[in-house]
Design a protein around this ligand. Sequence first.
Ligand code: ATP
Length: 379
Amino acid sequence: MAQLTLDHVTKVFDDNGTDIVAVDDVNIDLADGEFLVLVGPSGCGKSTTLRMVAGLESVTSGDIRLGDRVINDASPRDRDIAMVFQSYALYPHMTVRENMSFGLEESTDLSNDEISRKVTETAEMLDIGELLDRKPRELSGGQRQRVALGRAIVRDPEVFLMDEPLSNLDAKLRSGMRTELQRLQENLGVTTMYVTHDQTEAMTMGDRIAILDDGKLQQVATPLEAYHQPANQFVAGFIGDPSMNFFRMEVRDDRLVGDEFAYPISQRTRESIGGTEHVTLGIRPEDIELVSDADGDHDYETVVDVVEPMGNENNVYLNFSADSATTFVATIGGMRSVEAGQPVVARIPESAIHLFDAESGEALQNRTLDELEDTEPQL
Ligand code: ATP
């Protein structure tokens, strides 16, 4: 087991004479045994980052270290790293047993007996002990995924790298495997870097998540920090489903003024904004309250545009007026009934708003967390 460090790592591809900066000066430190999820939209540089750590792609500049050892130039097999791919990459003509033992035969001098014992033990742990003599085509997607994992586990590596390993599974199996993988990683205690574009996987699986956009690292934080205290508007919009609502506002003394509404602000909020003239106001859908009468400074008359019933909750899309172009979404309990066309009052509490510099996207103020800490569990 080991600490994995990415120190100012950059990757530039040459595309017929044009430079493509796929990974731009990324710094990430994974503690020994940590599960870090690398997340971001398509093309943001996740796979390239992982492939550089695996040794499948060269590093243009910066260092990748395993413990104290710089591994930039080490061949993939000298890195003591095992990778699990989205495609599983199993050998179709080999049995499960052969697929799992192949790497060990190639890269270690373990005896056949030892290899056989390791493979059997790992297969038992993954609940595929019965399938050792089958070929990949005789397995379900979930079973193939376990074999791919098993092949990585038997190698007893210092680091696991996983590139969207669950994306070929159906939703139910995926959520089961999510929990199982987490448990497995925790038991094995192997430092793991896990790539996904799925923010649910990022939120639920990682000790910490690293959010990338356009090759640049946006934030490394625990899932809850990234959710409640995003470093910038990109992170705020990427984490959370439905996404945070954003409104562009002009700062005028003690209020923010937008196209459709004005928002009075306290002294504290005013101070966080400093000299910035244009801000983006963010509010998460679950922080908007729907009430029947407007009786506060942050209550707004709206009209329900569309209701999306999710069962446990309703996503209610709102407009400030029937002919307004601005739609925003509030999440309310699934048992509350609201209908399209119905007038409702949306309350946007000041304690829950986020403010971002409209130009740079940097967070100027995040929601307060006092009320989360003070809230007694409701039984
Ligand atoms: P996805 O989620 O779609 O797999 P990703 O975040 O893993 O995306 P990468 O595959 O790392 O993204 O690609 C990052 C950028 O580098 C993209 O703009 C991609 O087009 C570019 N890129 C990747 N590989 C090469 C290559 N071999 N040559 C040129 N450009 C490349």
